[in-house]
Design a protein around this ligand. Sequence first.
Ligand code: NI
Length: 389
Amino acid sequence: MPIVNRIADFHADMTAWRHDIHAHPETAFEEARTAGLVAGLLESFGIAVERGIAKTGVIGTLTGASPGGRAIALRADMDALHIHEKNGFAHRSQNDGRMHACGHDGHTAMLLGAARYLAETRNFAGTIHFIFQPAEENEGGARVMVEEGVLARHPVEAVYGMHNWPELPAGQFAIRPGPMMAAFDIFEITVSGRGAHAAMPHLGIDPIVAAAQIVAGLQTVASRNTHPLEGAVVSVTQIHGGDTWNVIPDNVVLRGTARAFVPAVHDAIEPAIRRIAEGAAASLGATARLHYERRYPPTVNSPDETEAAAAAAAALVGADNVKRDMLPSMGAEDFAWFLKEKPGAYIWIGNGASADPAMLHNPHYDFNDEILPLGASYWARLAETVLAK
Ligand code: NI
């Protein structure tokens, strides 16, 4: 793989950092050990460090050979997931029930590798902020960093993010302007009827039948209420109700998630769910109460920064290996909060180590150490190109 030669020298170090972080996974806002490791390494590279941002976030700030007035931010995420790791290798999780199953250990190691190289060479004009954020999964660590004024204190012209992608072969990147990943919402519907003996259903109002009608009806939100060419997903992922065979319960709780890319579609989902839930329940004499929460906005790349990112990747792997036509993912990414504030670009780096790699969030997943120098080289080339002297 064509990479920056000096960064190739760090391959063993990056691998060791990655394995250390992998073996000690920490989840949202508890990344104290990881943050300490990151901050210590940045300082050892001669980079100024701020700690304790959004509880466990770390920012390293580095000025180039000529200061200039320009600044960019490069961001990695540090958190793990609540998963019991099923791998048996030496660097497997030592924190039972927690696991780096999304490769944030690799993201952190790659940005550290780039930071070390850029601190050695300083072959750029301006300032680079290395953002190591907590709580990418579920809890919106990026949003907390933005709310704590990170981008106000460090007025950057653009923010850049990267995530590994197991379905993409190692040695490739993928990026597109516009939406890369979806908005992520959650909902809960409480369906209330009236409990009864299961043998005498006419004496009650069955919330289980009403819930079943609601689940079926919700399949029409994406298929009948949103534009066929603009993505939307509504998935019911939990059904809770009843305790035994012969009792119709009072209540059933449904939970699930909704996804969309564009505001018009996103805005249409909540009212459609409410209408279907309340209407289907009412048609059976039951009631439905909807609780709906918007968690992450869509991750939307700006055009100029997308071109800069694609060019930096192409300089390493060739334009043919930078996929520009990948479909966006209905997964979500809290880098979206940074992209809401600033122009920027989020790129996928191929992590595929085999023909059938474990997907993200799988208990058999592991970040591919072979791509550590490539990812670090991407960061370095991007920074040196965008902040060219
Ligand atoms: Ni992730």
